[in-house]
Ligand binder design. Structure first.
Ligand SMILES: NC(=O)c1ccc[n+]([C@@H]2O[C@H](COP(=O)([O-])OP(=O)(O)OC[C@H]3O[C@@H](n4cnc5c(N)ncnc54)[C@H](OP(=O)(O)O)[C@@H]3O)[C@@H](O)[C@H]2O)c1
Length: 291
């Protein structure tokens, strides 16, 4: 019998890539992808019952309130899911490896090219919940935190990744203003899935950054995407985050990932070079290639 690995948030972007790639990258595991329909993670009694039934030997915790705007609108929900449900899972999993996804949004974005030892200083509620949860998770030396960058991928619901957001905006004839002075290090979801399965196999714990190796402005990200999604090309409009009237946004959340790279048997790609080097037709451009 194979040991059971739980993937929470299996209906979401990252969780669905992990479930989909498990047969290739994690054949030693009996992977159970948990969606909200299987269990509401804020229902501690239900989670405990399912834990006793499945007795997982590893947990990859992807479930979250992952949209910063939703966290601002509903901070109590953000706290319940991102902090309390995570804390509860980490306690249940105290004897087994647990991998929790934090975010580049734990930083304030004033510096950029962040490494794991840089000081965190979230400027929004989403980042605050992640900062609290990651500290608790890391108090167990068996556990792992990945601070994830903006992740590109496709989802069954078509409304999960920033790529899907951009394509939906264009399809709905909405403007696509992309900041030339806001920087990220985006990464394909297939790369995230492969790296996570590798970390699980190698039994590494601790704190790691995971993003693409290229620091790109939002506009450069849009231009790179337009090579694969030509409908975007004529719709990209440059803008300045400095002139943005909404709530403050971290200007530069690019991260450096050398700590994780040293453990991986494949190079973490840059976002633009990933797209330039892909020739695959018919399968998801964001999947890690099979050859
Ligand atoms: N995607 C990115 O660009 C990115 C960047 C940095 C960090 N992260 C982090 O990486 C992780 C995975 O992100 P993602 O993009 O895959 O997020 P996602 O697409 O929003 O998926 C999160 C999943 O969590 C589920 N969920 C929320 N509350 C729940 C609850 N109470 N009980 C059970 N399930 C619940 C959601 O269910 P429903 O589908 O029913 O809502 C959803 O399927 C998250 O921790 C996120 O914060 C993501």
């Amino acid at each position: 019998m194979k040991p059971v690995a739980w993937i929470t948030g299996a209906g979401g972007l990252v969780g669905s890539y992990l479930v989909r790639t498990a047969s290739r990258w994690a054949p030693a595991w009996d992977v159970r992808g948990l969606t909200r329909q299987d269990v509401d993670l804020t229902d501690e009694a239900a989670v405990r019952r399912l834990w006793q039934e499945h007795q997982p030997a590893a947990v990859i915790h992807c479930a979250a309130i992952s949209r910063p705007a939703v966290c601002e609108q509903n901070p109590e929900l953000a706290r319940q899911v991102n902090v309390e449900a995570t804390t509860h899972l980490a306690l249940l999993a105290s004897e087994v490896p647990l991998l929790f996804f934090s975010s580049d949004q734990v930083f304030d974005g004033r510096q950029g090219r962040y490494v794991e030892t840089d000081r965190i200083n979230p400027i929004n509620r989403y980042g605050e919940t992640k900062a609290v949860a990651e500290e608790f998770v890391l108090s167990n030396p068996r556990h792992t935190v990945i601070r994830l960058a903006l992740t590109a991928g496709t989802s069954a619901t078509g409304d999960r990744s920033f790529v899907e957001d951009m394509r939906r905006s264009v399809a709905a004839n909405l403007g696509l203003i992309l900041f030339t002075d806001e920087f990220r290090s985006p990464v394909p979801a297939g790369v995230v899935a492969r790296a996570v399965w590798e970390l699980i196999a190698q039994k590494h714990s601790g704190l790691y950054h995971l993003g693409g190796t290229e620091r790109l402005s939002r506009m450069e990200i849009g231009e790179a995407l337009a090579t694969w999604y030509p409908e975007l090309a004529s719709r990209l409009q440059p803008g300045l985050v400095a002139a943005y009237p909404g709530p403050p946004r971290p200007p530069d959340l690019s991260m450096r990932c050398e700590k994780l790279q040293r453990l991986l048997p494949f190079p973490i790609p840059g976002f633009r070079s990933w797209l330039m080097n892909r020739t695959t037709v018919g399968i998801d451009v964001w999947d890690y290639p099979l050859t």
